[in-house]
Write a protein that binds this ligand. Structure first.
Ligand SMILES: Nc1ncnc2c1ncn2[C@@H]1O[C@H](COP(=O)(O)OP(=O)(O)OP(=O)(O)O)[C@@H](O)[C@H]1O
Length: 251
């Protein structure tokens, strides 16, 4: 039983003089958590810290009850992570199956479990009929689905998805949100997205970040209510989003 999946306090990440994350606080447990924010807000930087591929300048980060600063525990945490980067690298000549198997191996899964886990992950993203196709032959949306398959192959306790629905067609997006809801029952899923529909359809709560800080945390209904007809946008949640950002910028 995991106490707290993500516990971030006073997190700072600097690139030169600029703070991409500026004393950010965030606590997350099981569920599907939407991460919204304008371009440059710090979403990808935060996801990279949670994926243990970027090092904080300062602050406290605990993942799956392990302090990130503790190198001995890093390997244990990584085995239980799934991460889809915004731009992910891949070997174009690998088939979908080889690609997902490769990540199962990186995550040190027991060899006997790998074939079943790989097939299950590929099936869950609807790519089983393409499992033996080389990645270079896939469409952009299919490639992203292969990326999602590698992220979930180990049934992660912490699943980090950076812009997972970019390039997915509407039917696939609906299927994917259903998958998120299923995974979020037992795991902590963090979805960085620009699509407010992803948040309303699949997320249990939403965190809005601006200029490297958390400026809102609540349900999508609460974000919509924050609009109070003050923000601009075509939907209630878009109006809430713009109103919260506007208020944060005036502070
Ligand atoms: N490697 C880097 N070197 C220098 N600056 C960086 C680097 N990575 C990010 N930044 C800066 O940090 C800030 C946050 O960037 P980040 O990519 O985390 O934002 P984001 O919220 O994911 O944006 P987007 O919605 O455009 O993907 C930006 O000002 C960006 O220019």
């Amino acid at each position: 039983m995991i106490g707290t999946h993500v516990d971030v306090r006073d997190l700072v990440v600097r690139f030169g003089k600029r703070a991409a994350l500026d004393r950010l606080d965030l606590t997350l447990d099981t569920g599907v958590h939407g991460l919204l924010g304008p371009n440059g807000a710090g979403k990808t930087t935060l996801m990279r810290v949670l994926a243990t591929v970027a090092t904080p300048t300062s602050g406290h980060v605990s993942l799956l009850d392990h302090e990130l600063g503790d190198h001995g525990r890093l390997r244990q945490v990584r085995r239980r992570l799934g991460y889809l980067p915004q731009q992910f690298g891949y070997y174009p000549r690998f088939t979908v199956r080889e690609f997902v198997e490769y990540f199962a191996w990186l995550k040190e899964m027991p060899a006997a479990q790998v074939p079943t886990a790989v097939d299950r992950a590929i099936e869950r993203v609807g790519l089983l009929d393409r499992a033996d196709e080389r990645l270079k032959k896939l469409s952009g949306g299919m490639l992203r689905r292969a990326g999602i398959a590698q992220a979930i192959v180990n049934d992660p306790d912490l699943l980090l998805l950076d812009e997972p629905t970019a390039g997915l067609d509407p039917e696939q997006r609906v299927a994917f949100r259903e998958l998120l809801r299923t995974i979020g029952v037992d795991a902590c899923v963090v979805v960085a997205t620009h699509l407010v529909e992803d948040v309303t359809a699949a997320c249990t709560d939403v965190t809005l970040i601006n200029d490297g800080r958390t400026v809102f945390r609540g349900t999508h209904e609460e974000l919509a209510a924050a609009g109070n007809d003050a923000g601009t946008g075509d939907s209630a949640i878009e109006r809430g989003y713009t109103a919260v950002l506007r208020a944060a910028r005036q502070r």
